[in-house]
Design a protein around this ligand. Sequence first.
Ligand SMILES: NC(=O)c1ccc[n+]([C@@H]2O[C@H](COP(=O)([O-])OP(=O)(O)OC[C@H]3O[C@@H](n4cnc5c(N)ncnc54)[C@H](O)[C@@H]3O)[C@@H](O)[C@H]2O)c1
Ligand SMILES: O=C(O)C(=O)C[C@]1(C(=O)O)C=C[C@@H](O)C=C1
Length: 366
Amino acid sequence: MKQKILIVGLGLIGGSIAMNVSKKEDVFIIGMDGDEETLNMALKQGVIDQASFNFEEAAQEADICILATPISITIDYIQKLESMDLKKPLLVTDVSSVKNQVLEAANRLTHPFLSFVGGHPMAGSHKHGYTAAKPHLFENAIYVLTPSVHADEKEADVIKDLLSETKARFVTFTTKEHDEMTAVISHFPHLIASSLVHQAKEWEVTHPYIKQMAAGGFKDITRIASSNPKLWQDIFFQNKKLLISMLDDWIGEMERIKIYLSEGEKEKTYKYLSDAKLYRDGLPTKDKGAIPSFYDIYVDIHDQPGAIRDVIGILAEEAISIKNIQILEIREGITGVLRISFATSEEQWKSKEILDHYQYEVMIQQ
Ligand SMILES: NC(=O)c1ccc[n+]([C@@H]2O[C@H](COP(=O)([O-])OP(=O)(O)OC[C@H]3O[C@@H](n4cnc5c(N)ncnc54)[C@H](O)[C@@H]3O)[C@@H](O)[C@H]2O)c1
Ligand SMILES: O=C(O)C(=O)C[C@]1(C(=O)O)C=C[C@@H](O)C=C1
C-alpha cells in the first residue's frame, strides 16, 4: 500500500519538497495550502495527488505530515495535532528556519500516535510561492534534522528516506546548536543586508544617481534583502534573543573598525580584511556541501549588441539547459560578467569546455 504524505504549505520550500517526494513510486501526496491557485497548479502538474481543505481529515489519513508553512502557522498546526482524533501513528516534520519554539510545541505533545522530527533545509531563495519552487533546490544542500523527545534515529531515518530524492545532506543538531548557527550565517546577515539597503536609500536624497551606480558588490551582498518580508519578520522574532545579543556584538565590532579608521590603524585594518578573506575563501563549495543551490559559470562578455545572445546560442545548440542568468557589473563599453546557472555539475563543466573552445574567458568558482 502507498504511504500517504500530507504536505501543508506548497510554497517555495513545500512545493520543492513535494516535487521530490512525488518522484517516489510508493507515495500518495495530499496537498494543503491557504492559496487555492497554488493547489490547482500542484494538482495539474501531478506534484500532489489530492488537495485537501481540512487539516484534521487529511492528518487522520496520512502516515507522514510535512509542515512547510510560515513558522508561527507551523506552531499552530503542531498544537492542533494534540487534540485530534488520530486513528494511526503520524510522523510529523517541518521546515522552519528557527527551531526553538517549534520544538517546544512538539515536545509538549502527549498524543501516543504522534512523533516529531524537526527539519530545516539550508537552501532557499529570495523568491516565494509555488511558482518559485524547483525540484533541484536542495541538491547537495545541508538539511538539518532536530528530533523531538517523541522521536529517535528510526523516525529520523524515515524522514531521510522520504526526502532522499532531494539529494540533500542530512545532519542532526540540537535546536540550540541549530538556532545559534543559523542566527550567525543566515538570520543576522539578512538583517545587515536590509540595513545596507536602507543606508543606500537615505543617500539617494543626496545622490539621486546612486541606484545606477550599484554594481556587483552591492547587489551580491543585498540580494537577500529582496526576500519575503513576512517570512523574515517571523524568523527575526522567532530568533530575537540571539539576534539582539549579536547586534550588541556587531555594534562593538563596528566601533572597533571606526577606531582603526579614525586612528589610522592601517595594519589592523589590513589584518581585519585579510582574516575575513581567508575565512570566506575557505567556505565549502557546493560539491562539498555548501549552501548555494546552482552550479554557476562566469563568462566575460563585452557590452555590445548580441553579446549575451551569442553565449546563450552556443549553449542552446549543445542542448544545455540554463536555469538562471544574471549580468554582473556590466558597464558601458567595458567587459561585464555573465553568471549562468545550471542544475548539474556536468552541465556546468560541459558549458565551460564549449565556451573555452569559442575563446570565451570562463571561470568556475570552486
Ligand atoms: N525561503 C527560504 O529560503 C526558506 C529556506 C528554508 C526554510 N524555509 C522555511 O520554510 C517555510 C515556508 O517558507 P517558504 O519560503 O516556502 O514560504 P512561501 O511563502 O513560499 O510558502 C508558504 C506557503 O504556505 C501557505 N500557507 C500560508 N498559511 C497557510 C495556512 N494557514 N495553511 C496552509 N497553507 C498556508 C502559503 O499559501 C504558501 O504557499 C518557513 O517556515 C521558512 O522558515 C524558508
Ligand atoms: O538563498 C537565499 O535566498 C536564502 O536566504 C536561503 C536561506 C539562507 O541561506 O539564509 C534562507 C533561509 C533559510 O532558512 C535557509 C536558507
